[in-house]
Every structure is written in structure tokens, then in C-alpha cells.
Design a binder for this molecule. Sequence first.
Ligand code: UD1
Length: 429
Amino acid sequence: MDTIVISGGKKLRGTVPISGAKNAALAIIPAVVLSEGVCRIENIPNISDITLIAKILSEMGAIVKMVNKNTLEIDPRKIVSPVASYELMRHMRASYYLLGALLGKFSSAVVSLPGGCDFGVRPIDQHLKGFMALGAKYRVDGGMVHVDCDKLVGSNIYMDVVSVGATVNIMLAAVKAEGLTTIENAAKEPHIVDLANFLNCMGADVRGAGTDVIKIRGVKKLSGTTYSIIPDQIEAGTYMIAAAATGGDVTVTNVIPKHLESITAKLEEIGVQIEEYDDSIRAYCDGKLNKCNIKTMPHPGFPTDMQPQITALLSICEGTSIVNEAVWDNRFRYVSELRRMGAQISVDGKIAVVEGIENLVGAPVKATDLRAGAALVIAGLSANGLTTIEDIGHIERGYENIVGKLQGLGADIKKIVVEEQIPAVAAAL
Ligand code: UD1
């Protein structure tokens, strides 16, 4: 298993370019299925989740060409079956977006139940409620969800919880439905807006994305287009927090500062200096950092995907912070790993109480999921001594070239691939 090794304590300094948003790309790539022409998607992050979704489409018959490491050209016209391979799909949450896309294209879809990061039950009742409102029926059989209909007809759908996944899936089905669909209590995340913009570039009629009411007037045909994905606000926030945790000075470039407001507000509360420019943000420290309370919420609240990283930072801020994970049931599993580094954190259900200490101490730890892995990287960068992080496949699902980018900021970090470990172990025996 590949490992990241960090010798902590170096202040991060410099500029880091932010890649395209994983969560936007993972909604937009399945949406290409709906097109009747070739789509060229630019600013795609070069991460393993993207390789996987591209492979799923290609196994379904799409012609997927990697133009360069951040651009994909996808011709979906050879996809003739509404069934997506279980073997690949069960590994990733976003594969369930193929439900909406295939339903929109074929009036039928067979897709596996969601996988991905494991931090609680991932219900899809709101997705199914939306499909049923559009006239579809569903059944679950052998780990696969089967959805079909004679035709999709626009409808009024009120979401009982704010769900990014359900909002995306209903948008994907509704763009080809007959008449008007209204999604009320819709998610407002930047990647919802990005998906709407992409669909509109293909010829869809989606209005209101970014507010809690999205109106979609179905169209008969969607065409090929060229589109560039928005920057990843979670990747940007992760580097800003890493700067703070090491007492450094980092500028993240190629960002949309508006998307980062909930993160910059909390960092300022902690005592991090923030300077915003048109498409970059500088984060630096010139004094002590203080406790702060966090509650994760749907956008524009503080994102659940930044909760582990900010908890790692709070573990070395002065005072006691309360972190309330209000989106997922089981998203504090990484805390036991942070404790191995000396963090004083207790967890009761969805609440973590973080007693700030002066310094973490390097230790061998394991990434339990994507953002948990990022939190351990931040902890390792700030800690005294050596940290080794196992199971970094989780981190590589969502961070493009994290080791190279951190090296560029002056971190003492390297990736050990499994082949390098074998001779070392053999020599030691
Ligand atoms: C969520 C986050 C998203 C993040 C992603 C991965 C929110 C609102 N969404 O998106 O920002 O990138 O995790 O970490 O913060 N739910 C239901 N029924 C459903 C669907 C969801 O009850 O049919 C509940 C979930 O249990 C969860 C909440 O709604 O408590 C949010 O889920 P949802 O937004 O769908 O999850 P993701 O799309 O994975």
C-alpha cells in the first residue's frame, strides 16, 4: 500500500494552483451521457475518481479520449444500454448520477447502490422520490437500482432534506422530461450551478441553480459542447488550512473567492490573515490562532468536506472548540488517528470537543477516507517529527498531485510507492 511520509514543522510558503472541482466534474461527466454529440471538458482534476468514472463510461460504450491530463473528450453516442457495470460503480458515490442521466436518455437505468467514502448511511430516497414524481418506477435487486418509465413528465418536487446528490440526479433526468420541473429546497452548492451551466451549454433550459428553487424546462435534444469545470473550493480550503497549521503564507490561485466565503470567514475567526484578489486568496499567520466553533451545513454553510481539515487545525489552536457535524452521522472516524498524534479530541455522536494543544507529534496513521486523509496530511505538516500516512489511495481519489503541490510550497513530504518498500523490507529481513 502506498504511503505518504512527512517530516513536519516546515512553514508552507508560496503559490499553489488549484485544480478543477472534483464534485463538479463527477456530476458533469455522467451528464455527458445525455448529449447527442462530443463534449470536451476542460479543467478536469487529474485524480483517481475521474479515471474511474471515465472508465465506467468507456465500458458502457462511450469513446473517451484524454486530450491532456486535465481535458477529456467524450463521445457518448455509442452508449446503447442503460446498464452500468456493478464492479466499477460500487466503488464510487458519484456513479449514482448515472441513474438520472441514463433515465433521461433511455427512460430506463440500472445502476449499483452508492459506494465512495464511508461516513454514514447514504440514503437515496430523495433521488427516488424525484424520479417517481417525474413518472418513473423503481426496484432494488442484488445491489442494483432499476428505474424506468414510459416517458418522463415534468413535476413539482419538494426535497425533504437538502441533498446535493438528489438535486443533481433530478436535474439530469428532468432536462429531457416533457414540460416544467420545479425542484424546491434544492441544494445550492457551486457544483450544482456548474452542472446547470454545463447542461445549458448543451442546450438545456435550467434556471435558478444556486438558489433553493430550480426550474427545468425539458428539451428534446442536448448537443455536444466545450466546457471548463470550476475550481475546487475544497482543495483550495485544504491548502489554506495547511498554511495556517504550519504558520505559513500561501496563495491559492485559480479560485473563485466567493465559493470559499464560509471557509475564509472561519479562518479569519481563528486568527488567520486572509487577502482576497480576483481569482486568488492569500492565507497567512502572524500571531497565535484561537479556538472557534464549527457546524457543517449545506452551502452556503460550512462544508462537511472541510470538517476533518479544520478539526486538525483546531487541535493546535488555543482554547476549546466545538465541531458539530450536522450533515453526516459518522464523519469523525479519523479523530482516533489524530489522537495518535497527540490531539486532545473527544467525540460524542455528531459533536467533537477539541482542546487545543501547542503541537502535534508525528506518528504512523491511516487515512480512513478522502478528507480524513487530507486532515492527517495537515496534521503531519504541522507536527514535530515524522508522520507516515497509509491508505493514501483515499487521498488520491480527490487531490491532484498533493505531494508535488506541497513540495512546491516547501513541505518535506514524499510518497513511497509499494515497489520501493519491498526491497527495503527484504533487506531488513
Ligand atoms: C454531501 C455534501 C456535499 C459533499 C459530499 C461528500 C451537503 C448538503 N452535501 O453530498 O457537499 O461534497 O457529501 O462529502 O453538505 N440524504 C437523505 N436522502 C437522500 C439523500 C441524502 O436523507 O436521498 C441526506 C444524507 O443522509 C445526508 C444529507 O442528506 O445527511 C446530505 O446528503 P447529500 O447532499 O445527498 O450527499 P452528497 O451528495 O454525498
